[in-house]
Write a protein that binds this ligand. Structure first.
Ligand SMILES: C[S@@+](CC[C@H](N)C(=O)[O-])C[C@H]1O[C@@H](n2cnc3c(N)ncnc32)[C@H](O)[C@@H]1O
Length: 235
Protein backbone atom coordinates (compact mmCIF):
# COMPACT_ATOMS: atom_id res chain seq x y z
CA UNK A 1 0.00 0.00 0.00
CA UNK A 2 1.41 3.36 -1.08
CA UNK A 3 0.43 6.52 0.79
CA UNK A 4 0.40 9.79 -1.10
CA UNK A 5 0.40 12.97 0.95
CA UNK A 6 -0.25 16.20 -0.92
CA UNK A 7 1.63 18.34 1.57
CA UNK A 8 1.56 22.02 2.60
CA UNK A 9 -1.36 22.37 0.21
CA UNK A 10 -2.68 25.69 -0.96
CA UNK A 11 -6.15 24.94 0.41
CA UNK A 12 -7.77 27.05 3.13
CA UNK A 13 -10.71 29.30 3.86
CA UNK A 14 -10.18 33.07 3.58
CA UNK A 15 -8.17 34.08 6.67
CA UNK A 16 -10.00 36.34 9.17
CA UNK A 17 -7.42 39.14 8.70
CA UNK A 18 -8.59 39.80 5.10
CA UNK A 19 -12.27 38.86 5.46
CA UNK A 20 -13.38 42.52 5.45
CA UNK A 21 -11.39 43.38 2.29
CA UNK A 22 -13.74 44.81 -0.40
CA UNK A 23 -12.61 42.15 -2.91
CA UNK A 24 -13.64 39.35 -0.52
CA UNK A 25 -16.90 41.05 0.46
CA UNK A 26 -17.75 41.65 -3.23
CA UNK A 27 -17.05 37.98 -4.00
CA UNK A 28 -19.19 36.75 -1.09
CA UNK A 29 -22.10 38.95 -2.22
CA UNK A 30 -21.79 38.04 -5.91
CA UNK A 31 -21.75 34.28 -5.31
CA UNK A 32 -24.03 34.27 -2.24
CA UNK A 33 -21.45 32.47 -0.07
CA UNK A 34 -21.09 32.11 3.70
CA UNK A 35 -18.20 34.54 4.30
CA UNK A 36 -16.71 32.45 7.13
CA UNK A 37 -16.14 29.43 4.87
CA UNK A 38 -15.14 30.91 1.50
CA UNK A 39 -12.20 29.10 -0.06
CA UNK A 40 -9.20 31.37 -0.68
CA UNK A 41 -8.61 31.55 -4.44
CA UNK A 42 -5.89 33.70 -5.95
CA UNK A 43 -7.80 34.14 -9.22
CA UNK A 44 -10.55 36.01 -7.36
CA UNK A 45 -8.76 37.32 -4.24
CA UNK A 46 -5.42 38.48 -5.66
CA UNK A 47 -5.51 42.04 -4.26
CA UNK A 48 -6.92 40.98 -0.89
CA UNK A 49 -4.07 38.46 -0.56
CA UNK A 50 -1.41 41.16 -0.96
CA UNK A 51 -0.65 41.42 2.77
CA UNK A 52 -0.77 37.69 3.51
CA UNK A 53 2.32 35.91 4.76
CA UNK A 54 3.68 33.31 2.26
CA UNK A 55 1.14 34.58 -0.28
CA UNK A 56 2.99 32.94 -3.20
CA UNK A 57 2.25 29.52 -1.67
CA UNK A 58 -1.47 30.16 -1.05
CA UNK A 59 -4.89 30.40 -2.76
CA UNK A 60 -4.60 27.59 -5.32
CA UNK A 61 -7.31 24.98 -4.53
CA UNK A 62 -7.17 23.86 -8.20
CA UNK A 63 -3.81 22.16 -7.47
CA UNK A 64 -5.45 19.88 -4.90
CA UNK A 65 -8.42 19.33 -7.24
CA UNK A 66 -6.27 18.19 -10.20
CA UNK A 67 -3.90 16.12 -8.06
CA UNK A 68 -6.75 14.34 -6.28
CA UNK A 69 -8.48 13.57 -9.59
CA UNK A 70 -5.20 12.11 -10.82
CA UNK A 71 -4.68 10.00 -7.68
CA UNK A 72 -8.25 8.81 -7.16
CA UNK A 73 -8.70 7.84 -10.80
CA UNK A 74 -5.45 5.87 -10.97
CA UNK A 75 -5.55 2.06 -11.41
CA UNK A 76 -3.50 1.90 -8.19
CA UNK A 77 -6.36 3.55 -6.31
CA UNK A 78 -8.99 1.43 -8.07
CA UNK A 79 -7.10 -1.59 -6.72
CA UNK A 80 -7.25 -0.10 -3.19
CA UNK A 81 -3.46 0.04 -3.10
CA UNK A 82 -3.31 3.80 -2.59
CA UNK A 83 -4.25 5.93 0.40
CA UNK A 84 -4.34 9.67 -0.19
CA UNK A 85 -4.22 12.52 2.32
CA UNK A 86 -4.24 16.27 1.82
CA UNK A 87 -2.18 18.17 4.38
CA UNK A 88 -2.80 21.93 4.23
CA UNK A 89 -0.61 24.95 4.74
CA UNK A 90 -2.54 25.59 8.01
CA UNK A 91 -1.87 22.12 9.41
CA UNK A 92 -5.18 20.51 8.70
CA UNK A 93 -5.43 17.06 7.18
CA UNK A 94 -8.11 15.66 4.89
CA UNK A 95 -8.47 11.90 5.05
CA UNK A 96 -9.66 10.89 1.58
CA UNK A 97 -11.62 7.67 1.31
CA UNK A 98 -10.25 5.91 -1.83
CA UNK A 99 -13.85 5.38 -3.00
CA UNK A 100 -14.47 9.15 -3.19
CA UNK A 101 -15.69 10.32 -6.59
CA UNK A 102 -14.79 13.98 -6.71
CA UNK A 103 -16.70 16.49 -8.82
CA UNK A 104 -14.92 17.00 -12.14
CA UNK A 105 -16.17 20.57 -12.27
CA UNK A 106 -13.94 23.04 -10.37
CA UNK A 107 -16.80 25.19 -9.00
CA UNK A 108 -18.48 22.10 -7.61
CA UNK A 109 -15.17 21.00 -6.06
CA UNK A 110 -14.87 24.42 -4.39
CA UNK A 111 -18.43 24.07 -3.03
CA UNK A 112 -17.55 20.63 -1.63
CA UNK A 113 -14.38 21.92 0.05
CA UNK A 114 -16.29 24.86 1.58
CA UNK A 115 -18.78 22.39 3.00
CA UNK A 116 -15.89 20.28 4.34
CA UNK A 117 -14.26 23.29 6.07
CA UNK A 118 -17.64 24.13 7.61
CA UNK A 119 -18.80 20.67 8.72
CA UNK A 120 -15.44 18.79 8.96
CA UNK A 121 -16.90 15.88 7.00
CA UNK A 122 -18.77 15.24 3.73
CA UNK A 123 -21.23 13.87 2.90
CA UNK A 124 -23.04 14.41 6.18
CA UNK A 125 -25.87 11.95 5.74
CA UNK A 126 -23.97 8.81 4.69
CA UNK A 127 -20.60 7.44 5.74
CA UNK A 128 -18.27 10.44 5.22
CA UNK A 129 -15.82 10.16 2.32
CA UNK A 130 -13.76 13.22 3.24
CA UNK A 131 -12.85 13.99 6.86
CA UNK A 132 -11.02 17.15 7.91
CA UNK A 133 -9.01 17.25 11.13
CA UNK A 134 -6.51 19.59 12.74
CA UNK A 135 -3.16 17.82 12.43
CA UNK A 136 0.44 18.56 11.62
CA UNK A 137 2.22 16.60 8.93
CA UNK A 138 4.45 15.14 11.67
CA UNK A 139 1.43 13.76 13.57
CA UNK A 140 -0.02 12.29 10.36
CA UNK A 141 3.25 10.56 9.44
CA UNK A 142 3.65 9.25 13.00
CA UNK A 143 0.19 7.67 12.71
CA UNK A 144 0.96 6.08 9.32
CA UNK A 145 4.29 4.67 10.59
CA UNK A 146 5.79 4.41 7.08
CA UNK A 147 8.66 2.09 6.23
CA UNK A 148 10.13 5.01 4.26
CA UNK A 149 9.12 8.56 3.32
CA UNK A 150 10.29 10.09 0.05
CA UNK A 151 9.77 13.80 -0.52
CA UNK A 152 9.58 14.68 -4.19
CA UNK A 153 11.24 18.02 -4.75
CA UNK A 154 13.24 19.71 -7.45
CA UNK A 155 15.94 20.28 -4.82
CA UNK A 156 16.34 16.52 -4.23
CA UNK A 157 18.80 13.97 -5.57
CA UNK A 158 18.15 13.35 -9.29
CA UNK A 159 16.56 9.98 -10.07
CA UNK A 160 14.09 8.87 -12.75
CA UNK A 161 10.46 8.19 -11.82
CA UNK A 162 11.09 4.50 -12.68
CA UNK A 163 14.07 4.14 -10.31
CA UNK A 164 12.28 6.07 -7.56
CA UNK A 165 9.19 3.89 -7.93
CA UNK A 166 11.27 0.69 -7.89
CA UNK A 167 12.74 1.83 -4.58
CA UNK A 168 9.24 2.55 -3.22
CA UNK A 169 8.02 -0.81 -4.52
CA UNK A 170 10.51 -2.64 -2.26
CA UNK A 171 8.85 -1.15 0.81
CA UNK A 172 5.77 -2.45 2.61
CA UNK A 173 4.31 0.87 3.65
CA UNK A 174 6.00 3.77 1.80
CA UNK A 175 4.90 7.41 1.86
CA UNK A 176 5.40 9.91 -0.95
CA UNK A 177 5.16 13.64 -0.30
CA UNK A 178 4.22 15.98 -3.15
CA UNK A 179 3.84 19.71 -2.56
CA UNK A 180 0.29 20.95 -3.12
CA UNK A 181 1.48 24.52 -3.74
CA UNK A 182 2.35 26.55 -6.86
CA UNK A 183 5.71 28.10 -5.95
CA UNK A 184 8.53 27.71 -3.46
CA UNK A 185 9.65 24.54 -1.75
CA UNK A 186 8.87 22.34 1.25
CA UNK A 187 9.73 23.86 4.63
CA UNK A 188 12.74 22.40 6.45
CA UNK A 189 10.25 21.02 9.01
CA UNK A 190 8.62 18.94 6.22
CA UNK A 191 11.94 17.87 4.73
CA UNK A 192 13.07 16.59 8.16
CA UNK A 193 10.13 14.13 8.11
CA UNK A 194 11.46 12.44 4.96
CA UNK A 195 14.14 9.78 4.66
CA UNK A 196 15.06 10.91 1.15
CA UNK A 197 14.50 13.85 -1.15
CA UNK A 198 14.25 13.01 -4.83
CA UNK A 199 14.06 15.11 -8.00
CA UNK A 200 12.38 13.17 -10.84
CA UNK A 201 12.91 15.70 -13.65
CA UNK A 202 15.24 18.63 -14.35
CA UNK A 203 12.21 20.94 -14.72
CA UNK A 204 9.78 22.07 -12.05
CA UNK A 205 6.62 20.07 -12.75
CA UNK A 206 3.06 20.73 -11.68
CA UNK A 207 2.03 18.72 -8.63
CA UNK A 208 -0.49 16.66 -10.63
CA UNK A 209 2.09 15.81 -13.33
CA UNK A 210 4.52 14.73 -10.61
CA UNK A 211 1.75 12.58 -9.10
CA UNK A 212 0.88 11.01 -12.46
CA UNK A 213 4.53 10.16 -13.18
CA UNK A 214 5.24 8.58 -9.80
CA UNK A 215 1.93 6.69 -9.52
CA UNK A 216 2.17 5.18 -12.99
CA UNK A 217 5.84 4.24 -12.43
CA UNK A 218 4.90 2.67 -9.08
CA UNK A 219 2.14 0.66 -10.80
CA UNK A 220 4.77 -0.64 -13.27
CA UNK A 221 7.19 -1.37 -10.43
CA UNK A 222 4.67 -3.65 -8.72
CA UNK A 223 3.51 -5.17 -12.05
CA UNK A 224 0.01 -3.85 -11.57
CA UNK A 225 -0.93 -3.50 -15.29
CA UNK A 226 -0.22 -7.22 -15.91
CA UNK A 227 -2.01 -8.26 -12.71
CA UNK A 228 -5.07 -6.25 -13.67
CA UNK A 229 -5.23 -7.76 -17.16
CA UNK A 230 -4.92 -11.25 -15.76
CA UNK A 231 -7.53 -10.89 -13.03
CA UNK A 232 -10.02 -8.22 -14.03
CA UNK A 233 -12.67 -8.46 -16.70
CA UNK A 234 -13.03 -5.44 -19.00
CA UNK A 235 -15.64 -2.95 -17.82
C1 LIG B 1 4.58 23.28 -8.65
S1 LIG B 1 5.69 22.36 -7.71
C2 LIG B 1 6.24 23.53 -6.55
C3 LIG B 1 7.17 24.52 -7.16
C4 LIG B 1 8.66 24.24 -7.00
N1 LIG B 1 9.37 25.49 -7.20
C5 LIG B 1 9.21 23.24 -7.97
O1 LIG B 1 9.53 23.62 -9.10
O2 LIG B 1 9.36 22.07 -7.58
C6 LIG B 1 4.68 21.31 -6.76
C7 LIG B 1 5.32 20.04 -6.28
O3 LIG B 1 5.56 19.17 -7.36
C8 LIG B 1 6.69 18.36 -7.06
N2 LIG B 1 7.70 18.55 -8.10
C9 LIG B 1 7.70 19.47 -9.08
N3 LIG B 1 8.76 19.30 -9.88
C10 LIG B 1 9.45 18.25 -9.41
C11 LIG B 1 10.64 17.58 -9.81
N4 LIG B 1 11.33 17.96 -10.86
N5 LIG B 1 11.04 16.51 -9.08
C12 LIG B 1 10.35 16.09 -7.99
N6 LIG B 1 9.22 16.70 -7.57
C13 LIG B 1 8.78 17.75 -8.27
C14 LIG B 1 7.20 18.77 -5.71
O4 LIG B 1 6.66 17.91 -4.72
C15 LIG B 1 6.65 20.18 -5.58
O5 LIG B 1 6.51 20.57 -4.24
Amino acid sequence: MLTLIIAESSLEVVPKEILEHPQIQGYVKKFGKNSEFVLLDKSYHYEAMNKLKWKEKRGRPDIVHFTLLEALGSPLNLEELLQTYVHTINNQVIHVNPKTRLPRNYNRFVGLMEQLFQKSKVPLEKQPLLILKKSSLKTLIEKIKPSTTIALTRLGKPSTPTKTAQKLGKHKNPVVLIGGFPRGHFTTETLKLSNEQVCIDPSGLDAWITASRILSSYEEAINLPEKRFSTIKKT
